[in-house]
Design a protein around this ligand. Structure first.
Ligand code: AMP
Length: 280
């Protein structure tokens, strides 16, 4: 595996691969890698000739009171995991490399980014869309792999790639979970043992949403109330939103049908977790 910190250097690497007609697969991450990230890398390895991964904790997607500083950065461990999972090139840019002095261009996907995570984290998706557009321009991949774990992010990136006519196939990947149902997340390591146990309630709430949908419930608010009620049983967890949406537009869905998705965000102590599940 080759490691690059500079845009010019990774460009030279990718350019050489492309002139050999290689298909380039790209997996952007913020590091603290777990099996969710590795599932994306393995899929890219299976589908592409050359796999590029990036690790960049992107400051523009964090709010002023969020965990940018304390976000885990176990770079040596991550580097070994990338190598073992078949990454050919690891891109580790600095903030100054990605945002040189004077940078000011931002990418907005206004409607999709306005609700849910966008409401809770103003500017978050502007930061995500901007850094992904930059990374896509640097790497120029044929395929880019994103987890459904960050479902709204996936939709924002799909929209951005389509709107900007980027010649990139966005590949959505299933959520990887712990055996007890908790979705893997780099932020799970912030949880105390009691919080970690309590965190399974997010997945339980999503399962309950699916169960009432399967039992015939078609009212969005009724399904949302069911999710709130499940999380409410767990004193350590405060729901931020529990929402049933059209899976493409993320608009309110009522009545609900099989193309809808349930999304949840909750705070557990100082840790904020998100999860989602399709209803159909
Ligand atoms: P992050 O490092 O949190 O920015 O995530 C990088 C990529 O990994 C994103 O496309 C995420 O959606 C994806 N990802 C994170 N957690 C999981 C998971 N549990 N299952 C599948 N993909 C995930």
């Amino acid at each position: 595996m080759r490691t690059f910190a500079q845009i010019s250097a990774i460009r030279t690497f990718v350019h050489a691969a492309k002139s050999d007609d290689k298909v380039i697969g790209f997996v952007p991450t913020m590091g603290a890698l777990h099996d969710g990230h590795l599932s994306l890398i393995k899929k890219a390895r299976a589908e592409c000739d050359v796999v590029v991964a990036s690790i960049f904790v992107n400051p523009t997607q964090f709010g002023p009171s969020e965990d940018f500083e304390r976000y885990p950065r176990p770079i040596e461990k991550d580097s070994v995991l990338c190598q073992k999972s078949g990454v050919d090139a690891l891109f580790l840019p600095t903030v100054a490399e990605m945002y040189p002095p004077g940078s000011q261009t931002l990418i907005d996907v206004p409607a999709l980014a306005s609700r849910l995570e966008g409401e809770a984290r103003p500017g978050h998706f502007r930061g995500v869309a901007t850094v992904c557009a930059k990374l896509f321009n640097v790497i120029q991949p044929d395929m880019a792999y994103f987890g459904r774990k960050d479902y709204q992010q996936l939709k924002v990136i799909e929209r951005m790639a389509a709107d900007l006519h980027l010649p990139i196939t966005i590949v959505p990947m299933p959520i990887v979970r712990e055996p007890d149902g908790l979705a893997l997340s780099s932020r799970n390591q912030y949880l105390s043992p009691a919080e970690r146990k309590a965190a399974t309630v997010l997945n339980q709430a999503l399962n309950a949403a699916r169960a009432v949908y399967e039992a015939g419930e078609r009212s969005g608010p009724a399904i949302e109330m069911r999710m709130h009620a499940i999380v409410h049983q767990e004193a350590l967890v405060q729901t931020e939103y529990a929402f049933v949406a059209n899976a493409e537009s993320l608009d309110t869905a009522d009545p609900v049908d099989g193309s809808c998705i349930a999304l949840i965000a909750a705070n557990i102590g100082t840790t904020r977790l998100i999860d989602n599940a399709p209803l159909g």
